[in-house]
Ligand binder design. Structure first.
Ligand code: XLS
Ligand code: NI
Ligand code: NI
Length: 438
């Protein structure tokens, strides 16, 4: 039985279409720089937001109208949600999806029972994947929702919570592998702290590293070839999350010998919460060789929390795709819509509008980014800005042929530096606008 009987498969109708249930820019097989849009973007749908958000907020109860969901915690209901999810994915032409273990299956009375519930639901995922050819981009474990993780999981003051989390991730890795997942994501959840007075930070960080090493080792042991990701978030739920931003995460990975096995999963709203733009985070990770995957969403600049809105700002998607392409595009990763419809957008059809908008915003951004790249205009302007490094003293510094003494002599002899040239930020912005609107 169809959960969305009134909605047929969303088709590409082109930029002139006025059909709100059609793509205007996302044309999955259209080639951009010789690669299909589908492969450039690797869109994934988040199970948690799409199937599990019921619209509760701290001031109000559930609002979402989801006629297929009986509201119970039964395994049957969980299995049925998976079938509905795949109907949605198929109608939206999603190549990928992502999940947390606890979104997809209910916890049982014991850990053993919980694992059995998970297996029963994963069986349906497997069937649906086989039926549709839709794949798992990454899996993850929810190590934050249950009260046992009130002090965190890997960084908990309670060693048993660490052990439970390890058992849970072992199982989540097996399940991710069984479903052919291309990756596995660590998001800190409660890996952070509220007050330094009751916190042994060094010990907690060491534990987090030990935990991630165990995961990496176990993945190797079972032959899981997927890419591990670390997802930065500066705050919420804890005041100081250890995975604050890309710089903090990469420092952690390098310090603890995890740099070869883990890349970044960058979320737009988390970047803005850290006081960065997502472009900054993507470029930083890319420049350090850690660009892995993206949780595509948007925050509200006036609100200080993770609003997880759908991305519709084409300036932002253009800049994001420009940077992602600069670093060679996604290898294992993709654009996972870690986004939820607003509490007031409670009808099933809103799930379609939301994802169509996000996919079209990125498709349009991809096309503009490709035009920017083809013209080379911005790149050339940037390269010219650094012209002083291409020859003479700049080239010699880059080649490691100069030191403080030689530079002291160089400047003493010259007396003053070559005149600076304008940064021309306004011109750069005008050039971008020309490509946005032409
Ligand atoms: C929460 C995170 C979460 C991760 C997966 O803020 O974005 O959804 O992506 O645990
Ligand atoms: Ni996320
Ligand atoms: Ni988030």
């Amino acid at each position: 039985m169809s959960a969305f009987p009134e909605i047929s498969k969303i088709k590409y109708e082109g930029p002139d279409s006025k059909n709100n249930l059609a793509f205007r820019h996302y044309n999955e097989n259209e080639l951009v720089e010789g690669k299909s849009m589908r492969e450039h973007l690797n869109f994934a749908c988040a199970f948690w937001h799409t199937m599990r958000m019921n619209g509760t907020d701290p001031f109000g109860s559930a609002t979402m109208y989801r006629p297929w969901d009986d509201g119970s915690d039964s395994v049957e209901n969980a299995q049925n949600r998976v079938r509905v999810f795949f109907e949605f994915l198929e109608k939206m032409s999603f190549p990928f999806y992502c999940f947390h273990d606890r979104d997809i299956a209910p916890e049982g009375a014991t850990f053993k029972e919980t694992c059995a519930n998970l297996d029963a639901v994963v069986k349906v995922f497997k069937e649906e994947q086989d039926r549709t050819g839709i794949n798992l981009l990454w899996g993850t474990a929810n190590l934050f929702g249950n009260p046992r993780f009130m002090h965190g999981a890997a960084t908990s003051s309670n060693a048993d919570a660490f052990a439970y989390a390890a058992a849970q991730v072992k199982k989540a890795l097996e399940v991710t592998m069984e479903l052919g997942g291309r990756g596995y994501t660590f998001w800190g959840g409660r890996e952070g702290y509220q007050s330094f007075l009751n916190t042994d930070m060094k010990r907690e960080l060491d534990h987090l590293a030990a935990f991630m090493h165990m995961a990496v080792d176990y993945a190797k042991e079972i032959g899981f070839k997927g890419q591990f990701y670390f997802e930065p978030k500066p705050k919420e739920p804890t005041k100081h999350q250890y995975d604050f931003d890309c710089a903090a995460c990469i420092n952690f990975l390098r310090t603890y010998g995890l740099a070869d096995d883990v890349k970044m999963n960058i979320e737009t709203n988390h970047a803005t919460l850290a006081g960065h733009t997502v472009e900054h985070e993507l470029d930083y990770a890319g420049s350090q060789g850690f660009l892995g995957s993206v949780d595509a969403n948007a925050g509200d600049m006036l609100l200080g929390w993770d609003t997880d809105q759908f991305p519709t700002d084409v300036y932002m998607t253009t800049k994001m795709m420009y940077i992602i392409m600069k670093y060679g595009g996604f290898k294992t990763g993709g654009l996972n819509f870690d986004a939820k419809v607003r509490r007031e957008s409670f009808e099933p059809i809103d799930l379609f509008y939301a994802h169509i908008g996000g996919m079209d915003a990125f498709a349009k951004g991809l096309k503009i980014a490709a035009k920017l790249r083809a013209s080379g205009e911005l790149k050339e302007m940037t390269t010219n800005r650094y012209a002083s490094w291409n020859s003479g003293i700049g080239a010699r510094i880059e080649a490691g042929k100069e030191d403080f003494k030689s530079l002291f002599d160089y400047i003493t002899e010259k007396g003053e530096i070559e005149a600076n040239i304008s940064g021309r930020q306004e011109l750069f912005e005008n050039v971008l606008n020309r490509y946005m609107f032409d």
